[in-house]
Write a protein that binds this ligand. Structure first.
Ligand code: AMP
Ligand code: MN
Ligand code: MN
Ligand code: MN
Length: 288
């Protein structure tokens, strides 16, 4: 079971990726993925296309989303897998979560103008396949294109993270709401890339405890954002907290992403993979 090449985390043009759902499905297939999920930020508008493309190229599919949550003054990402993508409460909750992005983007542009970078809102918007989902990634692409920075990582470091001129604190969804939107839509909630947060041990314990208390069942252990030491550490966390383990590249773009679709270590044997608990929610690839 843990030998499955599952990639349950990536982004399309419907959020801040550069490929369409169809291009991602074909690329995942070519990379040897057998179970795939498209997990756009705060949006399920690409799910029908992703599921159809997966079936057409022989990939098994789980529905996916990555919800932005505010928890203890940080942004935490909660991945949802295997839910009903037409569930009204989930769809409405995501619409509400997307709501403040445009206003925030205008404020980010004001901050950037303050350090001499003009026209960043309009510039970023040109990169947003979905204007309702304008994100920091689109600003990063604009700043690379205009030669301000050499790559998107440099943009985040110098301009878009806490304390930097283009950073705007934002209130996303509550942890409880995000987990419950997923759970009541028959899906599984999973904590995304846990090593990326800057929580103290006590704060992380609060995240894990509250997440479980709201019905969360999974945690990403093998992700493009974890070093091998972080994978090992969160494998222990999964066992200690009785959470199922997920695996996903967080692929955004062939030119920007450090981890290719499906190109990740396998889940450690001792862990329960999320897909073993989601067996009934998997749309199986039609046999060739
Ligand atoms: P937003 O939802 O607008 O805050 O944008 C968050 C997105 O920016 C993430 O999903 C990543 O794709 C990207 N991102 C966040 N932090 C970094 C970073 N330090 N370096 C590169 N990309 C990042
Ligand atoms: Mn992203
Ligand atoms: Mn994320
Ligand atoms: Mn992601």
């Amino acid at each position: 079971m843990n030998t499955l090449n599952a990639d349950l985390h990536c982004h399309s043009v419907i959020s801040d990726g550069t490929l369409t759902p169809e291009e991602l499905a074909a690329r995942a297939k070519a990379q040897g993925v057998s179970l795939w999920a498209l997990t756009d930020h705060d949006e399920v508008g690409g799910q029908a296309r992703a599921a159809a493309a997966a079936a057409a190229c022989g990939l098994s599919y789980l529905t996916g989303v990555e919800i932005s949550v505010s928890f203890l003054h940080q942004t935490v990402h909660i991945v949802g897998l295997g839910f009903d993508a037409e569930n009204t409460q989930l769809v409405n909750g995501l619409a509400q979560t997307r709501g403040g992005r445009s206003q925030r983007a205008h404020e980010m542009a004001v901050g950037l103008a303050g350090v001499g970078i003009k026209g960043a809102f309009e510039g970023a918007l040109r990169y947003a396949g979905n204007p309702n989902l304008i994100s920091r990634t689109h600003f990063a692409r604009f700043l690379v294109e205009t030669g301000v920075c050499k790559d998107t990582y440099e943009v985040f470091r110098k301009y878009l993270t806490e304390g930097k001129p283009g950073f705007v604190e934002h209130r996303w969804a509550n942890l409880k709401d995000a987990v419950q939107w997923i759970v009541q839509a028959d899906g599984m909630a999973v904590i995304a890339h846990p090593a990326r947060y800057k929580f103290s041990a006590n704060e992380e314990l609060a995240l894990l405890t509250e997440f479980k208390g709201h019905g969360g069942l999974g945690i990403e252990v093998v992700t493009g954002s974890h070093s091998s030491a972080e994978c090992a550490s969160y494998a222990d966390t999964a066992l200690e907290f009785g959470l199922a383990a997920s695996r996903g590249s967080d692929f955004h773009s062939p030119t920007e992403s450090r981890t290719e679709l499906g190109a990740l270590p396998l889940l450690p044997d001792a862990l329960t993979p999320v897909w073993s608990l989601l067996a009934e929610r998997i749309a199986h690839a039609p046999s060739a």
